[in-house]
Design a protein around this ligand. Structure first.
Ligand SMILES: Cc1cc2nc3c(=O)[nH]c(=O)nc-3n(C[C@H](O)[C@H](O)[C@H](O)COP(=O)(O)OP(=O)(O)OC[C@H]3O[C@@H](n4cnc5c(N)ncnc54)[C@H](O)[C@@H]3O)c2cc1C
Length: 540
């Protein structure tokens, strides 16, 4: 690894493959290429820890449906957004990638089955338990009896939380030891330079925040800077075309997708813990497993809705285990400064310690349950039903260049997050169907949240603002779709091999290439695509 701040200004680096971004995708690809003997350079903006000045390069603006501040939804350091990632994982399902006439979706230009060998390589990267069939929850491993749901309408789907969180820390040693991989830290790619005819990338222009410059030359270039920044870097590279790189058809930045998530109501139940145990059945070989209900393909087609998932969420009262969890999580996330004075004066912490002291015996009980892989017991105030949906690809939901400028004088990202009537209909159908099923099975009665009964106001389908969305509507920090894959250059930025339609030596990696977003978290598929591309690039 080289810290570019220590190198001579104007240094020229050469490689076979240059990867822009040392996050989940870039690291997975470089790791896979260690055995290839090809010379690989990872050009990474950040250092090995989070630094405010570098993180500030990720700040931007947003409009439309309220979204997270952009610099609190992605992380700019070696390891990328795995710095705060939850590691909740599942692969895309067949329906996610197939054409869906009821939504007017063409499907992915690659088949779901062709991804399977690459998905098989992901558990080793994320430290997931295998075998684990996400479509068949291993109920026999938990002390939970699954209710007999009507499978013509709904299916159970399982998620596993991997143990490998911080990719920067986990893979640093292997990458350092590899003689054919060089990581440049504090190396910000500010422009992707191209040949005069603009069909070939010729170099990466790199700068440090302290003013040093460098150039990286390679035979092949891989853009792996994250779901928003991939688009921003292409738009900023406007030397040959004011519309930016690979943007002849005005596709770069469009079709941004998230996983909109909101509470759709409260569940009244005589046995709330038993109902919640179905969705949170415990641990499998030390990995947390979460279960959700999703619409069957029949239901999706009948209701003309997207994929989605629903699970219970607890509103807890004074719960000692939760108070302890929050303290540990905050310390792990490095949000709590390690100073005794801070602890003494901190009301947030005092409140949680007070909750623990009021019922300290709940914690050993839950620790034992945790060690046995069983679901924990909580002081439950109420139970909510939370729905997370796949977002309909919408060209008007997009990343553009905003008015503000970063420390390099470059325009910051602007996100216009717009949801559609189809998104709203999916939330509503899930609330109705899951609510009816919970009632039929005697698991509880759902009081539907008022926002699902609100009228539509006038406005075009894609404007996203023709519904009153609830205050608790959030995304999942999943940034998808901005350099989407399509066989047709007029409808996408990269082809089925993730190669730019417009350049002969530029590939995109990450969830920006997704034509649709599924209801599952994105990283497992990001990694599967990175492994697939690494093998492909070895052969070229
Ligand atoms: C709070 C949070 C929770 C999450 N939870 C989950 C979860 O439970 N499950 C899941 O599947 N996903 C989760 N994600 C999403 C997950 O982190 C991303 O899918 C994944 O990190 C994407 O990998 P990537 O390599 O495309 O982008 P990143 O990991 O973000 O890496 C991009 C890299 O590019 C670098 N970079 C950017 N611009 C430049 C530039 N100009 N020059 C050089 N380098 C640059 C950045 O510094 C960064 O290292 C979560 C994300 C967040 C923020």
């Amino acid at each position: 690894m080289i810290d570019l701040r220590q190198a001579d200004s104007g240094t020229r680096f050469e490689a076979d493959i240059a990867i822009i971004g040392g996050g989940a995708a870039g690291i997975a690809m470089a790791h896979r290429l260690i055995s290839s003997g090809l010379q690989v350079i990872i050009v990474e903006s950040g250092g090995e820890t989070l630094e405010p000045a570098t993180q500030d390069l990720y700040a931007g603006t947003a409009s439309g449906v309220p979204y997270f501040p952009l610099d609190q939804s992605r992380y700019r350091l070696f390891g990328g957004s795995t710095y705060r990632r939850g590691s909740r994982s599942a692969p895309f399902q067949h329906v996610d990638m197939e054409p869906r006439a009821w939504l007017g979706l063409d499907g992915w230009p690659i088949l779901r089955d062709s991804l399977q060998p690459w998905y098989d390589g992901v558990p080793a990267l994320m430290d997931l338990h295998t075998p684990f069939d996400h479509s068949h929850v291993p109920w026999n491993r938990f002390r939970v009896h699954p209710p007999a749901i009507d499978t013509s309408q709904l299916d159970f789907t399982g998620f596993q939380f991997g143990k490998n969180l911080l990719f920067g820390e986990i893979f640093r040693k292997d990458l350092r030891a590899a003689s054919n991989v060089l990581t440049l830290l504090h190396a910000n790619v500010t422009k992707i330079a191209t040949s005069e005819r603009a069909d070939h990338v010729t170099a990466l222009q790199v700068r440090t925040l302290e003013g040093k410059t460098a150039e990286v030359h390679a035979r092949k270039y891989v853009l792996a800077a994250g779901g928003i920044e991939n688009a921003r870097l292409l738009l900023l590279s406007d030397d040959r075309n004011p519309a930016g790189l690979c943007n002849d058809h005005d596709q770069v930045g469009r079709h941004f997708m998230e996983h909109p998530t909101a509470s759709v109501g409260t569940i009244a139940s005589d046995a709330p813990q038993a109902t919640h145990d179905i969705f949170s059945p415990g641990l499998l070989a030390g990995r947390l497993v979460e279960v959700c209900l999703q619409p069957s393909v029949t239901l999706m087609r009948h209701e003309r809705i997207l994929n989605a998932n629903a699970a219970t969420r607890l509103n807890l009262g004074q719960d000692a285990t939760e108070a302890l969890r929050q303290i540990v999580w905050n310390m792990r996330s490095r949000k709590v400064p390690m100073s005794l004075g801070w602890y003494r004066n901190n009301a947030w912490l005092r409140e949680r310690v007070g909750t623990i002291l009021r019922n300290p015996f709940a914690i050993p009980g839950n620790l034992i349950r945790h060690a046995m892989g069983r679901p924990k017991r909580f002081a439950i105030d109420s139970v909510r039903l939370e729905v997370r949906i796949e977002q309909l690809p919408n060209p008007d939901c997009r990343v553009t260049l905003g008015a503000g400028r970063d420390a390099f004088g470059q325009r910051r990202a602007h996100l216009d997050w717009r949801l559609t009537e189809t998104d709203w209909r999916t939330f509503r159908a899930m609330a109705d169907r899951v609510g009816a099923e919970l009632a039929r099975l005697g698991l509880g009665r759902l009081s539907r949240a008022p926002w699902l009964d609100g009228p539509a106001t006038a406005g075009p389908e894609t404007a996203g603002l023709n519904r009153v969305w609830p205050d608790d509507l959030v995304g999942g920090h999943h940034h998808m779709g901005t350099t989407r894959m399509s066989a047709d250059p007029a409808k996408g930025v990269v082809d089925r091999n993730l190669k730019s339609h417009a350049k002969d030596n530029l590939w995109d990696l990450g969830s920006s290439v997704y034509p649709t977003s599924s209801q599952v978290n994105p990283t497992m598929t990001v990694l599967a695509l990175a492994l697939r591309r690494a093998e492909h690039l070895k052969e070229l």
